[in-house]
Every structure is written in structure tokens, then in C-alpha cells.
Design a protein around this ligand. Structure first.
Ligand SMILES: Nc1ncnc2c1ncn2[C@@H]1O[C@H](COP(=O)(O)OP(=O)(O)O)[C@@H](O)[C@H]1O
Ligand SMILES: [Mg+2]
Length: 377
């Protein structure tokens, strides 16, 4: 095993590459702590695994993933299969084995390694390493025990627990914080381009992390407002102006974020060909209900069986409606979405706690109320 030297020049990082402590501390970081880590990357926590992506041999990864047997298969995506594995150090990982369809897959592999070697945040998945032996292209990630958000929202088996309203908001906040980091902290900004529920991975505590940066684009610099690209992404999540013109802006990600919010509210997939015409695209189906407050309740995932507060629903739908506006300039900035959702998530968590008798409700801070009034009421 070796390390990508240009990103991780110190021997210390090599030694710490597989250190589980780094993963745990990053996962448990709160938002403020994550920001500190960004300002002084590596100083605060020398064991952060994201500091260096390691190069593994194919053999090492085949051993880790039980020779890529079906029992280790945990998912299948557009670019390959994902296997659960255990490194020699004992650390659990997810190994993505890419099906290289010529040049494009390789480009995405390089972009993924590059982006995840440079970007570090508690709400972005950590890349532990990669393998480029011969024609093989594999990526090694921290293992996210609960899989993707998609696995918890749609086609639930009867024995699977329904995601409660407060958990849905907690996931929305984490995803928004990850996006805020890409849009506002990374320099130049990064347009994610592939925000969808299958790319939001969850740990044991349903702490979310964004994954798959193979399609990410460095955003516009200087006076430019957009970058022009070939239209890529996932049907149902793509902003209309991007799908039509290929003009990509930070606001394209906000639209996709709004679609994920709709999935969280409704329990319906962004696009579901199994539904009746008119109901297949969740945005098209939801728009009429979003115009009238009295109809908001008809949007809600029936599996919640009324376990949400009406006021929380109203605010959440209002934020979502702003994100999916046709006109990109009217969509909010991610920083404002984070503030609004943090307030709603803390309220939902407090009412859960009150219901279970463990805590008194937390009052929103004046700044939260102010920002919410300005932008979202
Ligand atoms: N780091 C990970 N930890 C646990 N499960 C993962 C991880 N990465 C991916 N998966 C699982 O593998 C599935 C396929 O992932 P991926 O190849 O990225 O395709 P897609 O994003 O299109 O679903 C995901 O939906 C998820 O269930
Ligand atoms: Mg993915």
C-alpha cells in the first residue's frame, strides 16, 4: 500500500491512513468543528483519514472484499459494484469496483480521487484509497453502515423502520451542510452535479455524507455565472435550465437538493416509471399541492401516519418550493437553506425529546428566527 504523494507528503499520514480514530472523530464532528478542521486542516486532528488517499494493490482489495463474492455485494450503481470489505488493519470499508466503459469512466475515477483528496468535511464521504493496477480501477471509501438514503425511503420491506420526520430533517441538514461546504468553502466553488438520495450515505446514527464526486465540476470563477458542460446527472434531479442548455450553476445543485427534499417529504422517488402518468415525476406531481397550504398534508409520506408537526411541514415545504423554482435566480443560497433547516431540525428533535419526556424544548436563537423570517416565511 502506498499513498498519493502530492496530496499526502508526510509519512505520518501514511501511517494513519487506515486509522479508524480519524473516521470516528470526523463523523461525530458538529458543524462548527467541521469548519475549524477546514481552516486548519490536519493540525487539529493529525489522524484525519482524508488527508491522504492510499494506493492499494488489487490483491489487497480482493482479500479485503472476500474476492468480490456476492455475499459482500452491498450495492450496484451506474459505474460499478460496491462491496463491503475489511482491510488488514481491521477497518471496515466499501470497495467500489468500476466497470470501465472506455474513457468516460476513467475520467470520473480521476475526478473522484482528485476531488475527495482535496475536499474534507464531516458531511462528505472519506476516500481511503484507490487501486490502479493494470486495467483495474477501484475506489475505497469509509464504510457507511446504513447504506444510502434511497434504501430507507422507498420500497421498504415491512420489517424495515420508517424514517421519522425528525430524522428526515436531520439528514436534510447534513446534506445541506455538505453542499454548503462545496459551494461556499471550497475555492473555487464546486458544483456537485449528482445530488440524489442514492448519493447520500448514512452512518449508524443516520449522520449523512455526500458521495460520488466523479461528475463534480469546478464552478464559475471571476465574473462568469456559469460553466458550460455536456448535460450529465440523473433524470428527475436535473434542473430544467441545465437539462435544456447545459449551463451549469450552483443553482442547479439547489434544484436537485429541492428534489431530494421532496423525496424526504413524500417518500416518492424523483422519477418512478412504475407510477401512473402524471405521477412519475415527483416535482410535476407535487407542484399543485405546494401552491395551497391546506394541501401540503397530502404531500406527506403515508408511512409517517401523521407523526410530524404541521408548522414544521409548512416551513419544510416552503423551503422546498423555493429550491425547485423554474427560474434559477429565485432559488435560495445554500447557506440560507442550512440556517432554516437547522432551526426546523432542532425543533423537531426537541418535540421528539419532549414526547419521550427526556428534555424541555429548545428555543430557536434570535438569529435563526430572523434569517427564517427574512427568507422563508
Ligand atoms: N461508502 C459506502 N458505504 C456503504 N454503502 C455504500 C457506500 N458507497 C456506496 N454504497 C452502496 O452502494 C450503492 C451503489 O453506489 P454507487 O455505485 O455510488 O451507485 P449509485 O449512487 O448510483 O447508487 C449505494 O446506493 C449504497 O447503497
Ligand atoms: Mg453513488
Amino acid at each position: 500500500m502506498g499513498c498519493f504523494s502530492c496530496f499526502s507528503p508526510h509519512r505520518k499520514d501514511v501511517q494513519n491512513c487506515d486509522d479508524e480514530t480519524g473516521v470516528r472523530s470526523a463523523e461525530s464532528s458538529e458543524r462548527g468543528k467541521g469548519r475549524d478542521a477546514l481552516k486548519g486542516r490536519g493540525k487539529e486532528n493529525g489522524t484525519r483519514s482524508g488527508e491522504g488517499a492510499c494506493s492499494y494493490t488489487f490483491r489487497e482489495l480482493a482479500v479485503a472484499a472476500n474476492n468480490f463474492r456476492d455475499v459482500n455485494l452491498i450495492g450496484q450503481g451506474g459505474f460499478g459494484s460496491v462491496y463491503k470489505g475489511r482491510l488488514e488493519s481491521g477497518q471496515l470499508v466499501a470497495v467500489k469496483k468500476l466497470n470501465l466503459n472506455g474513457h468516460q469512466g476513467n475520467k470520473e475515477f480521476i475526478m473522484e480521487v482528485l476531488m475527495l483528496s482535496l475536499l474534507h468535511h464531516p458531511n462528505l464521504v472519506t476516500l481511503k484509497g484507490y487501486c490502479t493496477d493494470g486495467d483495474q480501477r477501484l475506489l475505497v471509501y469509509e464504510y457507511m453502515a446504513m447504506g444510502s438514503l434511497e434504501n430507507h425511503l422507498f420500497d421498504l420491506r415491512p420489517d424495515k423502520k420508517v424514517l421519522e420526520w425528525s430524522t428526515r430533517l436531520k439528514i436534510a441538514v447534513g446534506a445541506a451542510r455538505g453542499l454548503e461546504y462545496l459551494h461556499c468553502k471550497a475555492s473555487p466553488p464546486v458544483i456537485y452535479r449528482d445530488l440524489k438520495s442514492s448519493n447520500i450515505l448514512l452512518d449508524n446514527e443516520f449522520h449523512p455524507k455526500l458521495s460520488d464526486f466523479g461528475l463534480a465540476k469546478l464552478g464559475p470563477v471571476g465574473d462568469n455565472t456559469h460553466v458550460s458542460t455536456r448535460v450529465m446527472g440523473t433524470y428527475g434531479y436535473c434542473a430544467p435550465e441545465y437539462a435544456m442548455s447545459g449551463k451549469l450553476t450552483l443553482k442547479s445543485d439547489i434544484y436537485s437538493f429541492g428534489v431530494v427534499m421532496l423525496e424526504l417529504i413524500t417518500g416518492r422517488r424523483a422519477y418512478d416509471s412504475a407510477r401512473n402518468p402524471g405521477e412519475q415525476n415527483v416535482v410535476v406531481w407535487a407542484r399543485p399541492f405546494m401552491k395551497d397550504k391546506r394541501k401540503f398534508v397530502q404531500l406527506v409520506d403515508p408511512l409517517l401516519q401523521g407523526r410530524f408537526s404541521t408548522s414544521s411541514l409548512h416551513h419544510t415545504v416552503a423551503i422546498t418550493a423555493m429550491c425547485i423554482q423554474e427560474q434559477p435566480t429565485f432559488r435560495p443560497l445554500i447557506g440560507d437553506i442550512v440556517v432554516a433547516l437547522e432551526y426546523l431540525a432542532s425543533q423537531a428533535e426537541s418535540s421528539d425529546a419532549t414526547r419521550s419526556g427526556s428534555r424541555t424544548p429548545q428555543q430557536p436563537s434570535p438569529s435563526h428566527r430572523h434569517r427564517l423570517n427574512v427568507h422563508f416565511s
